[in-house]
Design a protein around this ligand. Structure first.
Ligand SMILES: [Zn+2]
Length: 405
């Protein structure tokens, strides 16, 4: 727990929770992850001295922000969220078993099944007030003034920010993602809906107009300095705009998506950290956001048939030794993606061949080493590590030492 600005307290956790003290009670912004929220609340209450809580703001529907909403709400505080909050909460709840299994691949420390204890249920919230993008919610509590703005952010369309106009302070939630500055994660591997790049760019313009001097995000540390904030916000906006425009140009020019993904990278002056959001994945996401999943090149894509279904047929046509020689040549020249494509075909057709499994491991390690020295994207590393763990689990006697740490 820290006092991050005058009478503004932050209790950190997987997601931070803030208490803003006024002369007439307190405002809460974000409530943390359910298994940490009670302790965060305890610390904040110590700091603000058990004054009444007037309003609770949820920056968006993600688990690490809404976990303590029920602990804070004694029935007198007003719970406030973005208009899209209910819809985001609905689909995240309905798809929870699916999302949980995907999350477990990426984050193996998660429990096997989602937690079902009633006290840990953080879904099914019914905000008292929903803020729409067209109508910011301006109000005062005691000696402090606030404006809540519904702005589609980097982590979903239901991002709500809280602006303290007299103090130049913006509670940004996950508007920018977990780091500032960084390239935003408009595609998330764990399987959420595509995020909307154009709406996010427009929302950045709205925040730029406020000229904040301090950002209080729900992850990471305080960001201060109006010039620093403005210049980096511009860089983020321009980088997304650039990726967006490159993608649209490629679509209009008939350039294949795979080619765009291989060649796209940010110009030097827009360079941003890609550890959370990766530029080539954003390009693919924007492409499919506009054009959906039918890429207009393979008829079989229209039907419920997958290429893996013909892999056993392929195995009867392939000269295994020739295939291994070609894979080795790709790997010797660090063409890891091409090696991986061939390996995946071979695995599907002859899944128990030790030679193929060993090459699979080598190609994953090659991709992993490259990922570490290029974008160092967390999700790419999580995925590659998960595949390496799977190989080791399937064959504990293999030479695999698992991913390097
Ligand atoms: Zn978060």
């Amino acid at each position: 727990m820290t006092e991050v600005a005058s009478r503004i307290y932050r209790a950190t956790g997987v997601g931070s929770s803030y208490a803003i003290l006024t002369s007439d009670g307190a405002i809460i912004f974000d409530t943390g992850l359910v298994i940490q929220a009670a302790e965060q609340r305890e610390k904040l209450l110590e700091a603000i001295g058990h004054v009444p809580v007037r309003k609770i703001f949820l920056s968006h529907s993600h688990a690490d922000h809404v976990g303590g909403a029920r602990f804070w709400n004694d029935g007198t505080a007003e719970l406030v969220a973005h208009r899209e909050f209910l819809e985001e909460q609905r689909y995240l709840t309905e798809l929870n078993p699916y999302l949980h299994q995907r999350n477990r691949v990426l984050f193996p420390w998660l429990p096997e099944q989602p937690l079902t204890l009633p006290g840990l249920n953080f879904r099914g919230l019914s905000p008292d007030r929903l803020v729409s993008p067209e109508a910011p919610f301006a109000f005062s509590v005691g000696d402090r003034s606030f404006v809540a703005l519904a702005l589609s952010g980097a982590e979903g369309s239901d991002n709500l920010v809280l602006w303290l106009p007299d103090e130049g302070i913006l509670f940004s939630g996950d508007f920018f993602g977990p780091l500032f500055p960084q390239f935003p994660n408009i595609f998330t591997m764990r399987g959420e809906k595509t995020r909307r790049p154009f709406e996010f760019m427009r929302a950045i313009d709205q925040i730029l107009a406020l000229q904040p001097t301090t950002l209080l995000p729900s992850h990471g540390s305080v960001v201060s300095g109006s010039d620093y904030i403005a210049s980096n916000m511009l860089r983020i906006r321009d980088a997304i705009g650039w990726v967006h425009d490159q993608t649209v140009s490629a679509m209009n020019a008939g350039i294949p998506l795979s080619q765009l993904m291989q060649t796209i990278s940010l110009p030097a002056h827009m360079n941003l950290d890609e550890s959370h959001g990766k530029v080539s994945w954003a390009a693919k996401s924007i492409w499919e956001y506009y054009a959906t999943w039918f890429h207009f090149d393979r008829t079989s894509e229209l039907y419920g048939v997958d290429q893996t279904e013909v892999l056993p047929d392929l195995s009867r046509m392939i000269d295994i030794n020739m295939a291994l020689t070609i894979i080795d040549d790709h790997m010797a020249h660090k063409r890891w993606e091409k090696a991986m494509l061939l390996i995946e075909l071979m695995l599907g057709s002859a899944p128990h061949a030790a030679e193929v499994r060993e090459r699979h491991r080598q190609a994953l390690l090659g991709l992993r080493q490259r990922a570490e020295i290029t974008e160092h994207n967390d999700y790419e590393l999580y995925w590659l590590d998960a595949q390496l763990r799977k190989i080791k689990a399937e064959d504990p006697t293999s030479t695999a030492n698992g991913p390097p740490h």
